[in-house]
Design a protein around this ligand. Structure first.
Ligand code: ZN
Length: 166
């Protein structure tokens, strides 16, 4: 396994639509392993293949809540219900956050690493992560969905500390 170079906002690769995966190969399996390692190294909860420069419809997620690694290949969000409004960040724009409204609950159909179809129901943070990562596959960064402005994470930490003190 290896840490891959994460592409930053402004890199053209992040604006491109990704291609479907037709078959699992050793190369793609290594890519998936590397994506997890790269994501964990940066303390992220999700990473999409274009963020490491590969225009394929592959997403990895680990929200740490159920200790479960999620691999989504060719994901399609089939249902969106409810609404959640909250801060979102991205490994392609480190140190920043912005408020994005996402569905509270999603149903996603995808293939696993064995190219077997499965359906995943998700809510809260996992639903948010699925939406965020699937957007990457369409070349969409969360920054185009942010309500208001982007915040520096240090700014938000100060806010939180002030609230705790108050
Ligand atoms: Zn992202």
């Amino acid at each position: 396994m290896a840490i891959r170079n994460i592409r930053m906002l402004g890199d053209a690769v992040l604006t491109k639509k990704c291609r479907e995966v037709k078959e699992m190969t050793g190369k793609l399996q290594t890519l998936i392993d590397d994506m997890f390692e790269t994501m964990y190294e940066q303390n992220g909860v999700g990473l999409a293949a274009p963020q490491v420069g590969v225009l394929k419809r592959i997403v990895v997620i680990d929200t740490g809540e159920e200790g479960e690694q999620v691999v989504l290949i060719n994901p399609v969000i089939e249902q969106r219900d409810g609404e959640q409004r909250g801060y979102e960040g991205c490994l392609s724009l480190p140190g920043k956050s912005g408020i994005v409204t996402r569905p509270e609950h999603v149903v996603v159909r995808a293939l696993n690493e064995d190219m077997e179809e499965f359906v995943l129901e998700a809510s809260d943070l996992l639903a948010r992560a699925i939406c965020h990562e699937c957007d990457h596959l369409e070349g969409i960064m969360y920054t185009s969905l942010v309500e208001g402005r982007l915040y520096d994470n240090s700014e938000l930490q100060e806010q939180e500390e002030e609230e705790e003190e108050a």
